[in-house]
Design a protein around this ligand. Structure first.
Ligand code: 8IG
Length: 271
């Protein structure tokens, strides 16, 4: 069944990627979300970089007017391990309106390129008032409120340990004071109302965003182990009485770039 169109397109993208990067295989796939983009240069030596639109199956540039980029990065600095990370600098969101397939095409391509580990990062709203903007949170589980799935047909995938306990333990070794949270994916692009955040709290959610859950499901289905990291860039609606502001989201990402780059740089060699 992995020969049906979306999977076949990911295989084609992986083949093109191997040709353009000179690497037969990559070992770790990393998706950088908002808040994490400024950390990209701290990850290691970039061996090759291309636009996602150089590969088959990726959505055309969105509102920002520029295509996402993919980097092939050497893991572990100079001397290196010979292992490569495939780094997606930006992602396609469900709210762009192209459907769910382009949203998960990056992680499917990464797994088809050999990645057995997928690291998903995002910027999000935090429900805990103690999580000030700039707090990194390890995702322990998710609640998918998009009312959709990246899978179609009888694919009854077990999600019991979706955000791998083993990889979370590795993350705690690398960064002992990392807290954990339950990520709730909304479709967006609007932020939540305070009443919706009260609902999320009642459900057991502690982080809200517009990505990650669907990508985690698609990664798991293809057999990858998943690690999720959120950067709280704002308090969720109603947690304080300030309105949400996209410029603040960007500023928090800039201010956190050094710390998040350091965290990912120490994490990648351990995955
Ligand atoms: I950055 O508060 C960021 N993305 N749904 N809610 C949702 N997405 C977000 C938020 C937020 N902050």
């Amino acid at each position: 069944m992995t020969h049906s169109p979306p999977y076949a397109r990911a295989t084609e993208a992986a083949a093109r990627l191997a040709r353009l990067t000179g690497a037969d295989k990559h070992q770790v796939g990393l998706v950088l979300g908002s808040g994490w983009l400024p950390a990209v240069d701290a990850l290691g030596r970039t061996v090759a970089e291309l636009a996602t639109t150089d590969l088959p199956g990726f959505a055309a540039p969105g509102v920002e007017g520029h295509a996402g980029r993919v980097r092939s990065v050497e893991i572990g600095g100079t001397g290196g391990s010979g292992r490569r990370a495939l780094v997606f600098v930006g992602r396609t969101h469900l709210y762009e309106g192209h459907g769910v397939e382009p949203v998960v095409h990056g992680v499917r391509t990464a797994v088809a390129a050999g990645c057995e580990t997928i690291v998903l990062t995002n910027g999000c709203g935090g429900l805990d008032p103690a999580w000030s903007p700039g707090t990194a949170v390890l995702i322990s589980d998710h609640i998918n409120l998009t009312a959709t799935s990246p899978l179609a047909g009888p694919r009854f995938v077990d999600l019991t340990d979706l955000y791998s306990r083993r990889l979370r333990e590795v993350a705690h070794e690398v960064e002992p004071d990392l807290v954990e949270g339950v990520y709730v994916q909304f479709p967006g692009p609007h932020y939540e109302t305070p009443a919706e955040i009260a609902m999320v709290r009642a459900m057991g959610g502690t982080l809200v965003g517009m990505s990650t859950a669907l990508e985690a499901i698609a990664s798991r289905e293809m057999g990858a182990e998943v690690l999720g990291l959120s950067l709280v860039t704002n308090h969720a609606a109603g947690v304080d009485d300030r309105p949400l502001d996209h410029d603040e989201v960007l500023a928090t990402g800039q201010a956190s770039a050094h710390r998040m780059g350091g965290l990912l740089g120490r994490l990648l060699p351990r995955l």
